[in-house]
Design a protein around this ligand. Structure first.
Ligand code: MG
Length: 252
């Protein structure tokens, strides 16, 4: 009897020590009724299905306000050439107004999913620094620091997040052009690269892990790619199909 208990305990501990790939909803969980990419509804829905994290995109309006939106132009309206007042009157596909970052994060305070903030490239490095200072201050006021992760294609932005965010905050680089050693050298948490980059350099996954880096992969929507990445033990998969990924993970 005692042996059986010890054995069960061992299996339980071993299973929990094995890191499993985590699910990140790309632009929130949007491919479902009543949702839309980067909407507050997509954040609520990502949280409701227990995603590890909810990824979303941030841009800056002409008057320096931060807006949650992926594209540089919404309909016919340029984000960087219009004020927040104009932009927040525009609608998303689910009828919601474009959210201010402050509104999005405020909703995040009521939830448990991690907030994976992508700062899109802005016109100048100075504007990116200004945006990051605003983000860090907003997050601090809302006491969201332990739940934030930052990602960007801009190397300047990544370096500024590393400089300005509290130590230990996960910060990933998206552009795919730095090796694991180069990422380690700048103090990055790891790569968050397109799956094609890892298909070309599969050894980067183990190399990252041996350097103490984490590996995130975007945007993985085919089951075949998901399986390949799970088998290669990546830490996170960012997907438009969080439920499909979650179901696949039940087999591992
Ligand atoms: Mg994004």
């Amino acid at each position: 009897m005692r042996k059986a208990v010890i054995c069960t305990l061992f299996v339980f501990i071993s299973a929990n020590m094995m890191s499993q790939t985590q699910v990140i909803a790309h632009r929130g969980f949007w491919d479902t009724q009543g949702s839309a990419q980067n909407s507050i509804a997509s954040l609520l829905k990502a949280d409701s299905i227990n995603c590890y994290g909810c990824e979303f995109d941030v841009r800056m309006s002409s008057d320096g306000k931060l807006i949650v939106i992926h594209d540089a132009i919404h309909g016919l309206t340029s984000i960087k050439k219009n004020t927040a007042d104009t932009l927040t009157r525009l609608k998303l596909k689910n009828g919601e107004s474009l959210p201010l970052l402050s509104e999005y994060l405020q909703k995040g305070t009521e939830l448990k999913t991690r907030l994976i903030l992508e700062l899109k490239k802005l016109s100048t490095p100075e504007l990116e620094t200004k945006a990051i200072e605003q983000i860090i201050s907003l997050v601090s006021k809302m006491q969201l620091e332990p739940r934030m992760e930052y990602i960007s294609f801009s190397l300047h932005a990544v370096k500024e997040f590393i400089r300005l965010a509290p130590q230990g905050t996960p910060i990933y680089y998206l552009n795919g052009d730095l090796s694991p050693q180069e990422l380690k050298a700048i103090g990055c948490t790891g790569p968050d690269y397109n799956s094609k980059v890892f298909k070309k350099n599969p050894e980067w996954i183990t190399e990252c892990h041996s350097l103490g880096l984490k590996v995130n992969v975007w945007t993985v929507n085919s089951e075949e790619d998901m399986q390949w990445l799970i088998k290669h033990k990546v830490d996170f998969i960012t997907t438009d199909r969080p439920l499909v990924l979650r179901n696949l993970l039940k087999n591992y």
